[in-house]
Design a protein around this ligand. Structure first.
Ligand code: AMP
Length: 228
């Protein structure tokens, strides 16, 4: 066995937090540990941009400027992806919802299939540290494993620990100017969701300024608790 702990019912977990809080890193760890599927609307949109689809063409400039893509486009992309068979194992939503309209659409979508949100986990961080965190990050172009110039380097420089890939990528919107716009969009449009999920009784908040492994352990404890 690979140490994966399957959750007993299809869980729906939401990760909330500003850009750079570590949502992607933690989602990947939960995916491995619990056999859940990471759904990142950022990844889905970047794939749509790369493929040159209609949605991708509409999203490209907004993403480059650090703004939020329209609810209509993002909800349509999420709706299609979550309907795929692998998502029946349970999902970790990474970067969705980001507006109250998206949160309402998610409630409706889950209601249609009789599912509910097990937890919305808010990763709490200091804004000031986010620019450094984001501008130092990069991923393996082959498997998507995340690294950071200061906080998480591969054992051999330039070689992915996970798959041995040697092509590392940095995101186009991880430049300092764009990061400021993304943080602004987070505070204006996404942060209100913390109260929204608090009101539904599913909010869990964790201090996400510490070590990646400590945060992962805390996340795993919450997931075990809400899915057990
Ligand atoms: P992320 O990878 O989650 O940081 O997302 C990268 C960019 O994709 C964001 O800055 C937005 O432009 C766009 N994006 C991702 N998810 C959403 C969403 N749920 N709503 C609107 N825009 C999104």
């Amino acid at each position: 066995m690979d140490g994966t702990t399957q959750v007993t019912t299809p869980a729906v977990l939401i990760l909330l937090g500003p850009p750079g809080a570590g949502k992607g890193t933690q989602a990947r760890m939960l995916e491995e540990k619990f056999g859940l599927v990471q759904l990142s609307t950022g990844d889905l949109l970047r794939a749509a941009v790369a493929a040159g689809t209609e949605a991708g063409l509409a999203a490209k400039a907004v993403m480059e400027a650090g703004g939020l893509v329209s609810d209509e486009i993002v909800i349509a992309i999420l709706r299609d992806r979550i309907a795929e068979p692998d998502c029946a194992r349970g999902v970790i939503l990474d970067g969705f919802p980001r507006t109250t309209v998206q949160a309402g659409a998610l409630d409706e979508l889950l209601g249609e299939s009789g599912q509910k949100i097990n937890a919305a986990i808010s990763l709490e961080v200091d804004d000031g540290a986010m620019v450094e965190r984001i501008s130092g990050r990069y991923t393996c172009g082959n498997c998507g494993e995340g690294y950071h110039d200061s906080f998480k380097q591969p054992a051999v420089a330039g070689v992915c620990d996970k798959c041995g890939g040697t092509e590392m990528k940095r995101r186009a919107d991880d430049r300092a100017e764009t990061v400021a716009s993304r943080l602004e969009a987070y505070h204006a449009q996404t942060a209100p969701l913390i109260a929204y999920y608090g009101g539904k009784g599913v909010l869990q908040s964790i201090d996400a300024m510490g070590q990646i492994d400590d945060i992962a352990a805390e996340m795993a404890r919450i997931v075990t608790d809400v899915t057990g």
